[in-house]
Design a protein around this ligand. Structure first.
Ligand SMILES: [Zn+2]
Length: 619
């Protein structure tokens, strides 16, 4: 099968997710008209969408003030052509902008609220709904249906902030659940676009409970193996952000969007403190690991198309090919200390070098949805020889990039992100490939405080029962528990120039000899080269390298690795997953088993004579 054209080169991770200028003030700017509501679940008043494209062309940009007349970008995407400000947009406009032309088939457009509480404040709720229907043309705040995106059939739902602040009442909940259930029946991906203040006060507790109702439906969809992509537009807060919008397998945010559980003014009132600038923005959440990417509206369709291309690719069908290279097993062993130097060499290829050459399309996923995003672990979904896989790779980075990736030493959040991608791989039946290259997990106090050991243990346990084939390749340095935590696999490959060790030789020398300079001497005793580990059955296959330690001919190096990985996957996918899991369990139980034995000969020290107490009244 031919590889699809390369849609995304993973080296440039920053581009799609890079926040662009002056967004911090932008969110505050947009809510300065707020009048300080005190209900967290209710929408804070934010600028109403301008529905008429003509109008947005006439009015000046609220951020940069420029009047862009006849600008195509403003018309098509409702984004300021000068500064990139994202104008509010209606639900229908958001859907039509994303999907293929004339492909949208709306579902349940007529569903409307019966006003269950007979709610009246300044005006009757029933009256208000009728007025809004006349103004917006929508019966409630959610538009949903089926469509095609870049030729892929999808289910899609969007919230309309112009309709009572995009608040979630019984109609929004019901429509979302219906589209999620239909997507599940037809095994389609679901895409949602949120712009909402949360629950709808006028429908009381019936409204709050939509959080539980929608979350359950979306969870059922995910468990059925249907991908769910959630886009957070400006603003997404309250009960929508804290329910279905936050359950996306992939979560995107629009640049500068105000996002948070409590709107900033409400939060300030409740906690009685001023919030730091930019605390409720898409960029803040991205920095704290809550969203996978910040994607400009102009790039969203392309991003979604790439995700759908990967997710719709077949999972299996790899062909086992004969190796085209001489097995390195039979060459002379490299002295251990040379192997260590070589594995750590500055010019040695890193995970990203391999991934760029191995994968067709690739979407990197960011963040652990809990505290941060660790650049020492790259995780995502992609295609390998035209088939979909999940990837987790330890990345130490080259030269100036090394510092940003803290030398490839992951923090706990890195392993949490990895676990998130493992779960995704299992749900979506994606084989998992991991690339190992790390001196070890980051040992500082921050790591301990955030639960490093717990994450390592969790990863070991999760991989041992993950219901999808796993192939791991040690490509550089396999440093201790931080490496093993991502290398529990059905097949463990190791590049000929890589090392894999219980501890760094310097550490071993410091502990055993109290002298780190004796690392070269101890490195040969640790048995850390590929060939020694093959003899100990720790690794299953050694992958040869055209030029160990250097980046000369990276394409050839990647081709050899791809060959070994796809051969392993071809073999694993011939078996039922139950058998793969049993064999994985046995594989690890057998490691070291034959070296843990009762000694045959008596030990050298004299055994004490066994004294058997005899009962006095016998014999
Ligand atoms: Zn502007």
């Amino acid at each position: 099968m031919s590889e699809r054209p390369r849609l995304y080169i993973p080296r440039d991770r920053g581009r799609v997710s890079q926040p662009w200028g002056c967004v911090d003030t932008h969110a505050n700017e947009m809510t300065k008209e707020s009048n300080g509501l005190s209900d967290v679940s209710q929408p804070e008043p934010v600028e109403q969408p301008t529905r008429d494209p003509e109008e947005s062309r006439r009015t000046s940009c609220p951020r940069c003030g420029s009047v862009v007349t006849g600008d195509e970008t403003t018309d098509q995407f409702r984004v300021c052509g000068a500064c990139g400000y994202h104008y509010p947009e209606s639900a229908r406009a958001a859907i039509l902008r994303l999907v293929d032309q004339d492909s949208f088939r709306e579902q349940d457009p007529e569903l409307a609220s019966t006003d269950p509480l007979r709610f009246v404040d300044e005006t009757a709720y029933r009256e208000r709904l009728l007025t809004l229907k006349a103004e917006t043309g929508e019966a409630d705040a959610l538009v949903s249906g089926f469509a095609q995106l870049d030729g892929h059939e999808i289910a899609i739902a969007a919230l309309d902030f112009g309709f009572l602040g995009g608040s979630m009442g019984v109609v929004v909940g019901e429509k979302l659940v219906r589209i999620a259930e239909r997507a599940r029946d037809r095994h389609l991906p679901l895409i949602s676009i949120s712009a909402s203040g949360g629950a709808r006060m006028q429908e009381g507790m019936l409204s709050l409970l939509q959080m539980a109702k929608t979350s359950a439906a979306v969870q059922r969809l995910r468990e059925a193996g249907c991908p769910y992509i959630s886009i957070l537009a400006h603003p997404t807060t309250g009960g929508v952000f804290a329910s279905f919008a936050n359950l996306g397998d992939i979560i995107l945010a629009e640049p500068g969007a105000l996002i948070g559980f409590a709107g900033p003014r409400v939060a300030e009132q409740i906690i009685g403190q001023k919030l730091p600038e930019g605390s409720h923005t898409a960029e803040f959440l991205y920095g704290h690991g809550m969203v996978d990417a910040i994607v400009d509206r102009r790039e969203q369709r392309e991003y979604l198309a790439r995700c759908l291309t990967i997710l719709s690719a077949p999972r299996s069908g790899y062909q086992r090919r004969g190796h085209t290279f001489r097995s390195p097993r039979h060459g002379p062993d490299v002295p251990a200390w040379d192997a260590v130097q070589r594995a750590r060499g500055a010019r040695r290829l890193t995970s990203m070098d391999y991934l760029e050459r191995m994968l067709g399309a690739f979407v990197e996923l960011h963040g652990d949805r809990s505290s941060g995003d660790d650049p020492a672990i790259v995780a995502g979904i992609g295609t390998l020889r035209g088939k979909a896989i999940a990837v987790i790779a330890l990345e130490r980075g080259h030269l100036e990039e090394r510092e940003r990736r803290h030398d490839g030493r992951p923090y706990p959040e890195g392993y949490r992100k990895a676990r998130r991608v493992m779960d995704l791989a299992e749900r979506l039946q994606l084989p998992l490939v991991t690339l190992i290259d790390t001196p070890g997990a980051y040992p500082g106090v921050e790591s301990e405080a955030r639960g490093l050991a717990s994450e390592l243990a969790g990863s070991l346990a999760r991989m041992s029962t993950l219901r999808t084939p796993i192939v791991s390749a040690v490509i550089g340095e396999g440093g201790s528990g931080g490496a093993l935590a991502l290398a529990v696999a059905d097949r463990v490959l190791m590049l000929d120039g890589a090392i894999y060790s219980v501890i760094a030789p310097e550490g071993a020398a410091a502990i055993l000899y109290r002298d780190a300079t004796r690392a070269p001497e101890i490195s040969s005793k640790l048995k850390l080269t590929a060939r020694e580990l093959k003899r100990l059955n720790i690794v299953d296959e050694i992958v040869s390298e055209p030029n160990p330690a250097t980046d000369v001919d990276p394409d050839a190096a990647a081709a050899l690795l791809v060959e070994s990985i796809t051969n392993a996957l071809a073999e694993l996918q011939r078996k039922r997953i139950g058998r793969v899991l049993r064999e994985r369990y046995d594989r690890y139980q057998n490691i070291g088993r034959r070296h843990a034995k009762r000694p045959r000969r008596r030990l050298a020290f004299p055994r004490r004579k066994r004294v058997v107490a005899r009962p006095a009244n016998t014999g």
